[in-house]
Design a protein around this ligand. Structure first.
Ligand SMILES: *[C@@H]1O[C@H](CO)[C@@H](O)[C@H](O)[C@H]1NC(C)=O
Length: 294
């Protein structure tokens, strides 16, 4: 009888230690659950702060205010500058009140005597040609042509982080009722036009006038919910065919034709809708990958 007892006794502490390790194990499991619950609560609490404010890397987001527009109800309208990211594919942002009314009028006044029918680039030869897809008239100003132009070019450089020397001269465009520019890319498909400055990387499109109806800039291949723009109900039928920006005097639209890896971005396809009522003045700055000899 002593034998089995003696044999059993040493097992006592070992059984005790195995039961205490079970206890530690279950405590670990319980605390793991606790941590998981805390994590889940933490994760669930994030979206409650950010409903309607997509994160910067949410590629499907349309419209994102970058600066607070709280002061935007000021009646003079011209003093308020703020940026609005409208799309990530293509990368596009509106700078509100980028130009003053005086600057808009100045550009129009300088361009008016020199307006000629706009042309497009022939993708086979790289030469300019007349086209029915682009029915506006326009002219190029020289880079740094006068003090106002230099100030605008400096501002464009500041906003885009791209140097003035990479920019082509400003082009001023005029669209009358019925005039439009069919969707196209700003990057070139030929070798001829990239000799000076390389490929077009970004475009800054400045609206020099309001347009009563039509004349939107439309991105037919933009990703995301195109009808989520607050101005959806004001768009023409053409404007509703993609992500659209309504022309507003002084506003500038920056979009990128190149992805950050310098490959052409097909979602940058864009057009100018026909003006339905009123007329449209705009100015374009194309910015190249390299220095553009002007
Ligand atoms: C797109 O946005 C509009 C306006 O916010 C909304 O009514 C509609 O349900 C959205 N569509 C999709 C597919 O999310």
């Amino acid at each position: 009888m002593m034998g089995p007892k003696a044999r059993l006794q040493p097992r006592g502490p070992s059984r005790k230690s195995s039961s205490s390790s079970t206890l530690i194990f279950s405590m670990l499991i319980i605390s793991l659950f606790f941590i998981l619950i805390l994590l889940a609560l933490g994760i669930l609490s994030i979206p409650t702060n950010s409903i309607n404010s997509p994160t910067a890397n949410d590629l499907s987001s349309i419209i994102q205010r970058v600066t607070d527009a709280a002061g935007s109800e000021v009646s003079d309208g011209g003093a308020d500058h703020w940026a609005e990211v409208i799309s990530w594919e293509p990368r596009a942002v509106i700078y509100h009140n980028f130009l003053s009314e005086e600057e808009c009028e100045h550009l129009i006044k300088m361009a008016k005597p020199h307006m000629v029918k706009s042309t497009v680039v022939d993708s086979a030869t790289g030469k300019s040609k007349d086209s029915r897809v682009r029915t506006s008239s326009g002219t190029f100003l020289k880079r740094g042509q006068d003090e106002t132009v230099r100030a605008i070019e400096k501002r464009i450089s500041t906003f885009t982080f791209l140097s003035v020397e990479h920019g082509e001269g400003l082009q001023v465009l005029h669209y009358e009722v019925g005039q439009k520019y069919e969707p196209h890319y700003d990057y070139f498909l030929d070798d001829y036009n990239t000799k000076n400055g390389g490929q077009r990387m970004a475009t800054v499109l400045m609206y020099l006038s309001d347009v009563e109806e039509g004349g939107e800039t439309v991105f037919p291949h933009a990703k995301g919910n195109i009808s989520a723009v607050p101005w959806w109900d004001e768009l023409s039928a053409c404007g509703k065919e993609g992500l659209s920006v309504k022309p507003k005097m002084g506003d500038a639209l920056l979009f990128w034709s190149m992805r950050p890896d310098a490959s052409p971005d097909p979602s940058s396809l864009h057009g100018g809708c026909a003006v339905i009522k009123g007329n449209k003045w705009s100015s374009t700055k194309w910015i190249r990958m390299n220095e553009y000899k002007a």
